[in-house]
Design a binder for this molecule. Structure first.
Ligand SMILES: *Cc1c(COP(=O)(O)O)cnc(C)c1O
Length: 359
């Protein structure tokens, strides 16, 4: 059996080196004579693992000392509630840019607790672009300004950050560590690990210290950032094995030369696919060129039957999970950090062959 090229949007491919390392340490981790899965989270071995995971996040993303790095549970979706509960206790108001399903869900969840001002939306064209922002629509008293940095489903990303005076909060679930991000521009960043950082079950949160500690009274203990920040992400049992694999992924990123190096590879990798889409008579990308994601590439033939045929034939050829999200249709290739350039080159070769056969 051989491994397929997996274009899943998440959970998604992990680097083969990481899987092999995890395999080699599965039964006995270091001198512990047990699996990481079997270890007490209060053991020295596990403390070393979580400490190095945090140190690597800080090193790779250049996280300043006045930010807390937390490893939480509940996925990206739990952040949709934690953010308003923790950050909006002052004016109970925040600005949101609606660039897709994930931003929409985040705004809907926030509306349960605070006033949400939707400053712009790209819903009119199926979220195929990042809307231009008009400062006059921003709230003067927003506790924070929320964006979804990379839109996993629709394949758009910000290339320029909003010019807001409010605390900037970003969902980086599908682009974390794929390109250089200046953490100092943000009050809070979060990412579910299962797209670019590791297995499902861990959520990375990076939050400026002064934003922690003023949660609304109704905030459950487990949804209060202070609970986790004060306890080194170990108030309760953390997702230990997920944090361990995340650490292996971070070591892999470091071994590749860090995020700036991966960004170069990701730009070149995405260009191979976009260049072909721009030249193809059969396939076409669905996103305006200036807002194209480096990580998620949606495309269509314009014919649903042909889309389905392509997805089926691609699968048989070892290119799996290319079916587009149910709300967009067509195809989507998610090409996260772990997707080798070769996977994209071979996919494009396959698409060319399909194009020839289906003219
Ligand atoms: C996948 C995803 C989410 C949801 O993550 P869960 O961990 O499933 O809750 C949120 N935002 C973005 C951008 C995503 O890609």
């Amino acid at each position: 059996m051989s491994r397929v090229y997996n274009f899943s949007a998440g959970p998604s491919m992990l680097p083969e080196e990481v899987l092999k390392k995890a395999q080699s340490e599965m039964l006995e981790y270091g001198a512990s004579s047990m699996s990481v899965m079997e270890m007490s989270h209060r053991s020295k071995d596990f403390q070393d693992i979580i400490d190095s995971a945090e140190a690597l996040v800080r090193e790779l993303m250049n996280v300043p000392d006045n930010y807390k790095v937390m490893f939480l549970q509940g996925g990206g979706s739990t952040q949709f509630a934690m953010i308003p509960l923790n950050l909006a206790n002052k004016n109970k108001k925040a600005d949101y840019v609606i660039t897709g399903q994930w931003a929409k869900k985040a705004a809907q969840e926030a509306e349960r607790y605070i006033t949400v001002n939707k400053v712009a939306s790209s819903a009119d064209k199926t979220f195929s672009y990042i809307p231009k922002l008009d400062k006059s629509t921003f709230s003067s008293d927003a506790d924070y300004f929320y964006i979804c940095y990379n839109n996993t489903i629709y394949g758009t990303r910000y290339t320029k950050l909003p010019e807001t005076d409010a605390v900037l909060v970003a969902d980086i679930s599908s682009c974390a560590m794929s390109e250089v991000i200046d953490v100092t521009k943000f009050g809070l960043l979060f990412a579910g690990a299962q797209k670019n950082l590791g297995p499902a079950g861990v959520t990375l949160v990076i939050a400026r210290e002064d934003l922690i500690g003023d949660a609304m009274d109704i905030t459950p203990t487990m949804l209060n950032y202070k609970t986790h920040a004060d306890n080194g992400s170990m108030y309760n049992t953390p997702p230990t094995y997920g944090i361990y694999v995340l650490k292996l992924v971070l070591e892999w990123i470091k071994s590749k030369g860090g995020i700036a190096e991966l960004q170069k590879i990701n730009e070149a990798k995405a260009k191979i696919l976009y260049d072909y889409l721009d030249s193809s008579a059969l396939f076409k990308g669905t996103v305006v060129p200036e807002d194209r994601s480096l990580m998620n590439v949606p495309f269509v033939t314009g014919n649903e039957d042909l889309d389905a045929k392509f997805v089926a034939e691609a699968k048989a050829a070892g290119f799996v999970n290319l079916k587009g999200h149910r709300t967009v249709g067509g195809m989507r290739a998610s090409i996260y950090n772990a997707m080798p350039t070769e996977g994209v080159t071979k996919l494009v070769e396959f698409m060319k062959k399909f194009e020839k056969e289906n003219k």
